[in-house]
Design a protein around this ligand. Structure first.
Ligand SMILES: C[S@@+](CC[C@H](N)C(=O)[O-])C[C@H]1O[C@@H](n2cnc3c(N)ncnc32)[C@H](O)[C@@H]1O
Length: 248
């Protein structure tokens, strides 16, 4: 396990991984729409996609959505949490061509782990890169750009900074309502107050370093990505990315 003062390493704990996968992932507002938009953008840019990376893959939910449409594609799933990689191996057992890498993208050396894979048609990431400082986020986006082949596409489904405290409150209320409905549908008798308390006290909250969506889109344009946009957004949840131009 990584040690030190970093807060993101809470993700390497089984308890945190399980709590996210069982109690929170399924309750993310508009999760299905986010995956659908990711898929649409990838399909538009890379109709024949052969190789892609799911960065900070968790249990591989993004990779699974892509493999359902590209069953022959080679998926590379990367995460620094052993419990998450184990969950991803279980979820994607039907795709034997899948490669699982336990790497920490907090260090730029992570790209060396991709060398044997070759250049990528697509990189996707879900709710992960926001654990890095802004400087490191920009470096990661640059690293992704250079891993992509010309025409390759990057899609980030991400937690971004709220525009104001008022917007943050709207997001919190949406998430709590969504979590309440998710748990009630599974027979839970938790009150909204309990769900709200658990949401506000979630162990990985302190690991968040949120950056505004507009700022992150500007970084992508500076790096050289084309067609950069927020493809979908609701309060603090966004799907954004871009395409590495053919002549680059
Ligand atoms: C909120 S979970 C999201 C998982 C998955 N992408 C999804 O959309 O459900 C964040 C994931 O990013 C991983 N992660 C966070 N920081 C990382 C790092 N520096 N290197 C690799 N993985 C990291 C965590 O272990 C965790 O699996």
């Amino acid at each position: 396990m990584t040690t030190g003062t970093r807060k993101d390493t809470v993700w390497q704990l089984s308890s945190v991984s399980e709590e996210f996968l069982e109690g929170m992932r399924g309750a993310i507002p508009m999760a299905a729409e986010q995956l659908a938009v990711m898929l649409r953008v990838v399909q538009a840019a890379q109709p024949q996609m052969r190789t892609f990376l799911d960065l900070g893959c968790g249990d591989g939910i993004l990779a699974q959505a892509l493999l359902a449409h590209y069953p022959q594609a080679k998926a590379v799933l990367m995460d620094f949490s052993e419990p998450m990689i184990a969950a991803a191996r279980r979820k994607l057992a039907d795709y034997p061509q899948t490669v699982f890498l336990t790497e920490d993208y907090g260090d730029s050396a992570w790209v060396q782990g991709l060398q044997s894979v070759g250049s990528l048609d697509a990189v996707v990431s879900g709710f992960s890169i926001h654990h890095q400082t802004d400087a490191r986020k920009q470096a990661i986006y640059r690293e992704i750009y250079h891993l992509l082949k010309p025409g390759g596409v990057f899609v980030n489904i991400e937690h971004v900074a709220p525009a104001s405290e008022w917007v943050e409150n709207q997001f919190d209320n949406l998430f709590i309502d969504s979590q309440l409905a998710y748990h009630q549908a599974r027979g839970s008798t938790k009150t909204r107050e309990t769900v709200a308390q658990e949401y506000h006290e979630r162990p990985h909250k302190e690991a968040n370093i949120l950056a505004p969506l507009e700022t992150q889109c500007a970084w992508l344009r500076e790096i050289g990505f084309a067609h950069v946009d927020s493809y979908l957004k609701i309060f603090e949840l966004a799907v954004f990315g871009g395409v590495r131009p053919m002549a680059s």
